[in-house]
Design a protein around this ligand. Structure first.
Ligand code: ZN
Length: 193
């Protein structure tokens, strides 16, 4: 697959069963023989804390607040905020699928933020959070994720760090060799497709 920038992180994924091999349909609609299920690493608080500390160190900025898109960013965002010693808030989608702050969360103009997600593929969710914060007058210092599945290409308009950058093997369903073998395809992270 996979040209991880961090061998120890990939070992952590293997050891927690989070590195899945099989036949997966990604959110993009493409098929892949492998999948990294971040939640299976982050279910262990000590691993989540380790990842949070490493990501905070990699970002190397001094934010006032960490902001994550729910659900994927919740645990890692919390742990990055713990490492920085600042608060962690998160965004959710409203009825119109627009990213918003709820639950009484607020940001102040002039505050400095980092945006944290578990996995960046296109960076779409994190970019929406960046845009929301900028519209509120917040200075977004950087964005981070445990895994970058974009091969480093996702552009959020701010400096970015990830604990591992991967080039995930994908196939167009029409040309997928796993489909050709008749293997059932599953959508990771939810029910079998
Ligand atoms: Zn396939």
């Amino acid at each position: 697959m996979a040209h991880p920038t961090s061998d120890s992180l990939l070992d952590l994924f293997r050891n927690t069963g989070a590195y899945l091999k099989g036949h997966f349909r990604l959110t993009s609609g493409l098929h892949s023989p492998e999948y990294l299920q971040c939640a299976l690493v982050l279910q262990h608080p000590q691993h989540a804390e380790t990842c949070g500390r490493a990501l905070a160190a990699a970002l190397n900025v001094k934010p006032d607040v960490v902001v994550s898109p729910a659900m994927g960013g919740l645990i890692i965002g919390h742990e990055v905020a713990r490492a920085f010693g600042v608060r962690h808030i998160f965004t959710e989608r409203d009825a119109d699928r627009k990213m918003v702050l709820r639950r009484g969360f607020s940001v102040q103009p002039g505050e400095k933020a980092v945006v944290i997600e578990d996995v960046i593929t296109t960076g779409g969710s994190s970019k929406e959070v960046v845009d929301l914060l900028r519209a509120a007058g917040v200075e977004v210092l950087a964005a981070g994720s445990v895994i970058d599945r974009s091969g480093g290409r996702a552009d959020l308009g701010v400096p970015r760090a990830a604990l591992a950058t991967l080039e995930v093997q994908t196939y167009d369903p029409a040309q997928c060799p796993l489909c050709a073998q008749g293997l059932p395809v599953v959508k990771p992270g939810s029910r079998p497709a």
